[in-house]
Design a protein around this ligand. Structure first.
Ligand code: IFM
Length: 444
């Protein structure tokens, strides 16, 4: 049985609602050493045997570093208001603490100006996971100095192109960097230590707060915020053990980030759970983290179903799952947004990422990705429903503009609304892109 797809119209949303598409530097750029770029932790991680499903890496990816101008034409052709992208920190400051790389700065300045020339708002993310490898050698995010290197990086970008940015997000998905990067070790830098992960999460939050203050001090006119990956944690059964575990997992994923950002404290139940692994927090850190922000980005893909014996998982035995094995659960997005609005004094919210990996097939030059199209339609409807319930929403961005390097899954999972042929680098708009373009009122 297929779930009915809601009738949608852009006119259901306010005129200033921002529609966009999103990518990140490492996932699309390629050119890891070109024009003076330094290596990132993901460049190094990919070289370890067995960590990436198809043994691939980001060396070529979508060749966006070379093809950026035609990619911007493609984005403009979709009729979006905004393009969310990230800067590769080691492209602009190769070692993270030494000399700046003019050619790297030129590249991103050209990208920003190219967006503006095409009438598209630049939505920048400073850190989408690709820390300079040279900083990792000095301890990476576990080392408090990295916080200050990140603030310098933010200041350098603001000084060079900040006057033309609509929005700056400090970090994308700190939970992923902390937990997948430093606790389970399935992402770069591949560390497996719970105390390190907790300290990393604290340093990411602190660097966010200090960077926002530094950017404001520089007179930044961009809206400033952070992007979190969130999902409702539903207990697998109504039993006490599953319910208790679901509350703890909600604490680790959502409250661990939302409480310091909006209440200047860490949740006590998670601190108790971490015990001696809890992060070292200095005086004023929490006040610095809780600095007011202009927006909060939410990346939503699925809910999580939690059982006491298996911790949590996004996989489901239900009928509707994506190629990642993630349950298609749009009502979870409404639930999440309404809950955040209820429990926290949040600024306007964006869905900064939403989309699905599906197996696509080419047919006479077309990609009929009905699963992805329906996924996007149902989640846009879920945003409309949250707004109907009073949530202040400012925008929605599809993940992703085009197929790209899906981290530990390599190139096997395709999230794009534009198909990329990795042999030829030819881009083809999938049916989902054609639908999105029509929805946005673009006729060409
Ligand atoms: O591809 C990633 C992205 O980099 C961060 N958020 C989730 C996406 C899909 O896994």
């Amino acid at each position: 049985m297929t779930t009915p797809v809601p009738l949608l119209s852009k006119s259901q949303f306010p005129d200033d609602f921002v529609w966009g598409v999103a990518t990140s530097a490492f996932q699309i750029e390629g050119a890891p050493l070109q024009d003076g770029k330094g290596l990132s932790i993901w460049d190094s991680f990919c070289r370890q045997p067995g960590v990436i499903a198809d043994n691939s890496n980001g060396d070529v990816a979508c060749e966006h570093y070379a093809r950026w101008a035609s990619d911007l034409d493609m984005i403009a052709n979709l009729g979006v208001d905004a393009y969310r992208f990230s800067i590769a920190w080691p492209r602009v400051r190769p070692t993270g603490d030494g000399a700046w790389n003019t050619k790297g700065l030129d590249f991103y300045e050209g990208l920003v100006d190219g967006l503006l020339e095409r009438g598209i708002k630049p939505y920048l993310t400073l850190n989408h996971w690709d820390l300079p490898d040279a900083l990792q050698a000095k301890g990476g995010w576990a080392h408090r100095d990295t916080v200050h290197r990140f603030v310098e990086y933010a200041e350098g970008i603001q000084a060079r192109m900040g006057d033309r940015l609509s929005s700056i997000a400090t970090h994308n998905e700190p939970w992923v960097m902390a937990v997948l990067g430093h606790e389970t070790g399935v992402f770069a830098p591949g560390i497996k230590n719970r105390a390190t992960a907790a300290q990393v999460s604290h340093h990411l939050l602190l660097s966010h707060g200090l960077a926002v203050q530094a950017l404001r001090a520089q007179g930044s006119k961009a809206t400033l915020g952070i992007v979190l990956n969130l999902s409702p944690m539903h207990p697998a059964t109504s039993g006490d053990a599953d319910t208790t575990q679901a509350k703890l997992e909600d604490g680790r994923l959502l409250r661990w980030y939302m409480d310091p950002l909006f209440k200047a404290r860490y949740p006590q139940d998670v601190l108790d759970h971490l015990g001696v692994d809890a992060p070292k927090v200095q005086a004023d850190d929490l006040q610095n983290i809780a600095v007011p922000i202009d927006f909060l980005g939410v990346n939503y893909y699925s809910r999580s179903v939690v059982s006491a014996d298996q911790s949590w998982k996004t996989e489901s035995s239900g009928l509707e799952i994506t190629d990642m094995g993630w349950e298609v659960y749009p009502e979870g997005l409404t639930e999440l947004l309404v809950r955040m609005h209820r429990d926290y004094a949040v600024p306007p919210l964006y869905v900064t990422e939403n989309g699905g990996a599906f197996k696509d097939s080419f047919e006479n030059g077309r990609v009929h990705d009905q699963g992805r199209t329906h996924y996007i339609q149902r989640h846009i409807a879920a945003v409309a429903e949250a707004m109907r319930q009073g949530v202040r929403m400012q925008g929605y961005m599809v993940w992703s503009l085009m197929d790209n390097f899906e981290w530990a899954s390599g190139y096997e999972k395709r999230f794009g609304i534009v198909h990329v042929d990795y042999d030829t680098q030819v881009r083809t708009l999938k049916d989902s892109a054609l639908w999105y373009r029509g929805f946005l009122g673009q006729t060409e």
